[in-house]
Design a binder for this molecule. Structure first.
Ligand code: OFO
Length: 160
């Protein structure tokens, strides 16, 4: 594999772990607010990000490349509202989408067809990631306090 590609994938897999921590901090914000449905939903999101990182790790290992785990900055732990958490999440996912698109650009430029094929899953996943948060933002904007209680119950049943 081209070294540039290996380096870029390593960077992204560490960013996925950083994303996991971003959502873990949010999960605990919701725990403090006694919004257990949101807490659960963000725990599923946290685990999903770990899976995204693991998928990249498996890919590098399968192709005989070294995985390098790095550190990263502290996530935001405090928020003023549910909406602020969701808007921060959507902005984060847009950042992820940009990074995944850049990885795809690099794979195409290097004629790395295996990486092009592999990255397609992440391109599709990002459509879902952004849609999930946009939808939640719309729902929260439409509701009053009682609606938030109902949404909280609904989010408690997320499985994937
Ligand atoms: Fe891994 O997609 Fe969200 O961050």
């Amino acid at each position: 594999m081209n070294e540039k590609m290996v380096k870029a994938i390593n960077k992204q897999l560490n960013f996925e772990l950083e994303s996991a921590h971003v959502y873990l901090a949010m999960q605990n914000y919701f725990a403090r607010q006694s919004l257990s449905g949101f807490e659960h939903w963000f725990n599923v999101q946290y685990k999903e990000e770990v899976e995204h990182a693991e998928k990249f790790m498996t890919y590098l290992n399968d192709r005989g490349q070294n995985v390098e785990i790095t550190g990263f900055g502290n996530p935001k732990n405090d928020f003023n509202s549910v909406l602020e958490v969701l808007e921060t999440s959507l902005a984060h996912e847009k950042k992820v989408t940009k990074k995944i698109n850049e990885l795809m650009d690099l794979a195409i430029e290097l004629n790395d067809y295996a990486s092009v094929s592999f990255l397609q899953w992440y391109i599709d996943e990002q459509v879902e990631e952004e849609a999930n948060f946009s939808e939640l933002i719309d729902k929260v904007k439409m509701m009053d306090g009682k609606g938030l209680y109902i949404l909280n119950r609904e989010l408690g049943s997320r499985t994937e």
